[in-house]
Ligand binder design. Structure first.
Ligand SMILES: C[S@@+](CC[C@H](N)C(=O)[O-])C[C@H]1O[C@@H](n2cnc3c(N)ncnc32)[C@H](O)[C@@H]1O
Length: 267
């Protein structure tokens, strides 16, 4: 199920891997301190970064004297992660079927990865399986458009202009943005001491217009937009850029893109 979505995500992130640090990482990295605090990272911990992308969470954990492993299903991401953080171990792998025995890690995170998988609940169950008893898990997730300027001015023009029949069938990216649902899913997986930490993350564009930034920093939205006619793409571009104007600071656009971290303890 959702095979088309899965392939589009893997290839889309692979195509963006080389530029990831100039776009997506400018906001995703802001949640790393909260994630590492949430999993109470300690020196010497065996740490797993699931959906690691270019490996920033693994690299941060390794810098804090953990032994970090990262997995991602994009070979391009794994290559860049391994080049960037040579002291960590990175391998290609699937969040829905982790290639590790039960009880392997003291702490695990999934930073903005669950919403890109075809089955976030299964990914949480897999993380639970590979943690040792007492092991800690945390994931980060974007706040939904109703709470997020960034997603509001991205989603509204798409809803207004785009033919959504071109979109791959996919799970709701914001299902776990409902804090209550996130807590329930964690408890159902077996995690106790479930805690939510809000992260006031912002997207601070390095340059270019907001439409071009969004095409570079997203996969799902960009794929939908790029499948539209030239006229529809132009209409979306105009609306996104008009909505972004008030966020121009003179030092680039700074747009609230809040997120939060959910954590729990195995057993
Ligand atoms: C938005 S990026 C997040 C990367 C990084 N964790 C960060 O916070 O910047 C999502 C990543 O999840 C990976 N991904 C999506 N589905 C996956 C799956 N089923 N198994 C492994 N990786 C997956 C993608 O290849 C991509 O690198």
């Amino acid at each position: 199920m959702y095979d088309g979505f899965r392939d589009t995500e893997r290839d889309g992130w692979g195509a963006r891997a080389g530029q990831y640090r100039n776009y997506t990482a400018r906001v995703t990295t802001q949640a790393i301190p909260a994630l590492l605090a949430a999993v109470q990272l300690r020196a010497g911990d065996a740490f797993l970064d699931v959906c690691a992308g270019p490996g920033y969470a693994a690299g941060a954990a390794q810098a804090l004297c953990a032994t970090a492993t990262g997995i991602d299903f994009s070979p391009e991401m794994v290559r860049i992660a391994a080049d960037s953080f040579p002291d960590c171990r990175f391998q290609q792998g699937d969040a829905l079927g982790l290639d590790f025995p039960d009880n392997s890690f003291d702490a695990a995170v999934c930073a903005f990865g669950l919403l890109h998988t075809t089955d976030p609940v299964r990914a949480i169950n897999e993380a639970y399986r590979v943690l040792r008893p007492g092991g800690r898990y945390g994931f980060s997730q974007w706040c939904a458009p109703a709470e997020s300027d960034f997603f509001r001015f991205l989603m509204a023009p798409i809803a207004r202009h785009a033919d959504m029949s071109v979109a791959d069938a996919a799970p709701d990216a914001f299902a776990l943005s409902d804090r209550h649902q996130a807590e329930q899913v964690m408890a159902a997986a077996g995690f106790s001491q479930v805690v939510i930490r809000e992260v006031p993350s912002v997207y601070h564009a390095a340059g270019g217009d907001m439409f071009d930034n969004i095409m570079a920093l997203t996969v799902r939205a960009a794929t939908i937009v790029q499948a539209q006619s030239d006229a529809v793409q132009q209409a979306i571009r105009d609306d996104v850029n008009a909505a972004a104007l008030p966020y121009e600071t003179g030092q680039g656009m700074i747009v609230p893109m809040p997120s939060f971290v959910v954590s729990g303890v195995k057993g």
